[in-house]
Ligand binder design. Structure first.
Ligand code: ZN
Length: 319
C-alpha cells in the first residue's frame, strides 16, 4: 500500500480565525476555519484521500478495505483508529474544559477518554494557555469556584512561544488562549466537558456546560510545568530531529529538514507526516508526493524506507 495524501475535515467553531486557510493552504468554504482535522478517522470529521487509487474515499474506508495491518503492530491493542491530529487556529479563547480518562468515559459516554499534546506553531506576543490548577483544591472548593465565577483565578496560566510542547493528560483542566495556532495530537475521542465559556453566546444562547462531570474528573493537583520537548535536538544527515513528546498513546518527533531526510515506516506503526513550515516532497521509487505547509500524509506500516526532500519542518507521529 502506498502513502495517502489526506484532505482535512474543517470546523468553523465560534473562536476560529482564517490563518489555516490563508497560511496553511487549508481549503474550505466556511467563514471561519477553527480546526483542520488533518489525520482523522473520527465520525465527526473524517480525513479524505486525495489522488491515487483511493481518491475521494475516507481514510477509515481505506483501512476497512485494506485491513488493519497497515496500522502496524503497536495499533493492535486499540479496537479503533488510535489518534486524531488537528491544526487549531484560536483567534479567540477556547472554552475551559477537561477530558475524562478511558475508564470514566467508557462508563459514562461509551467512548474512550482523551489525552492530548499541543505543539505551538505560532502565537501572538503574550499569548497564554490554561494548564491545570494553580494550587491543589478540594472537590468542594473547585465546585464553589465554578459556581461563584472565580474559577479562572485558580487556574495555571502559562505564557507560550513557538516550538513549545504540552502534554495534557486526561483530567487536566485546560484551555487554548487567543492568538495561538497549534497542532494537537490526541487520543481519538471527542468527549469534552466544558466548565467555563467566557459568557459567550452561540445563536443567542450560551453553549452547554458540563459541571458535574467536570468536577468528577478534574485532577485536583497542579501539573508539572510543560513547554520543553522531552528530547534533545539531534543533528542527523540532512536534518535535525527532536523528540517532542512520547506517552503510552503516541510519539511525536519534529523533523527540521534542510535538504533531505531518510525515514522508515516499519511493521510497528504507521507514520503520520504533517508539514508545519516550508515545502517538501516525499519520494520513493516511482512515488512522488508533495508535502507542503499544512499538508498531511499517512504512510502505512511496513512501507519501508523513503525520503523527504526539501526545506520543510514536519511533525512525525507514530503509535
Ligand atoms: Zn482539550
Amino acid at each position: 500500500m502506498k502513502p495517502l495524501k489526506l484532505i482535512p475535515a474543517v470546523k468553523d467553531y465560534i473562536w476560529g480565525g482564517n490563518r489555516l486557510k490563508e497560511e496553511y493552504g487549508v481549503e474550505s468554504p466556511l467563514e471561519k476555519q477553527a480546526e483542520a482535522w488533518v489525520l482523522s478517522c473520527h465520525k465527526d470529521g473524517e480525513s479524505v484521500v486525495s489522488g491515487g487509487r483511493y481518491d475521494g474515499m475516507t481514510l477509515s474506508q481505506v483501512i476497512a478495505e485494506k485491513g488493519k495491518d497497515c496500522l502496524g503492530k503497536n495499533a493492535e491493542r486499540f479496537d479503533y483508529f488510535p489518534i486524531l491530529i488537528k491544526l487549531i487556529d484560536a483567534k479567540d479563547n477556547l472554552s475551559v474544559q477537561v477530558h475524562p480518562d478511558d475508564k470514566y468515559a467508557m462508563e459514562n459516554e461509551g467512548q474512550y477518554g482523551k489525552t492530548e499534546a499541543w505543539y505551538i506553531l505560532d502565537c501572538e506576543e503574550g499569548a497564554e494557555l490554561i494548564y491545570g490548577l494553580r494550587q491543589s483544591m478540594t472537590k468542594q472548593e473547585l465546585r464553589a469556584s465554578i459556581e461563584n465565577g472565580t474559577l479562572l483565578d485558580g487556574l495555571n496560566r502559562v505564557k507560550v512561544k513557538k516550538g513549545d510542547i504540552f502534554l495534557i493528560q486526561s483530567g487536566t483542566v485546560h484551555a487554548i488562549g487567543k492568538g495561538i495556532l497549534l497542532a494537537e495530537i490526541q487520543q481519538n475521542s471527542n468527549v469534552t466537558y466544558r466548565v467555563y465559556d467566557y459568557g459567550r453566546l452561540q445563536n443567542g444562547k450560551p453553549r452547554e456546560l458540563h459541571i458535574d462531570k467536570a468536577v468528577d474528573v478534574i485532577n485536583l493537583n497542579p501539573v508539572l510545568a510543560g513547554g520543553e520537548p522531552q528530547g534533545e535536538r539531534e543533528e542527523l544527515d540532512g536534518f535535525c530531529k527532536t523528540l517532542l513528546v512520547s506517552c503510552d498513546l503516541f510519539t511525536v518527533n519534529r523533523l527540521e529538514i534542510e535538504e533531505k531526510a531518510s525515514l522508515c515506516a516499519d511493521e510497528t506503526s504507521f507514520v503520520s507526516l504533517v508539514a508545519v513550515d516550508g515545502n517538501g516532497v516525499l519520494m520513493k521509487d516511482d512515488i512522488t508526493m508533495t508535502l507542503y505547509k499544512g499538508e498531511s500524509i499517512f504512510v502505512p506500516a511496513s512501507f519501508g524506507e523513503f525520503d523527504i526532500l526539501g526545506n520543510v519542518t514536519v511533525l512525525e507521529t507514530r503509535v
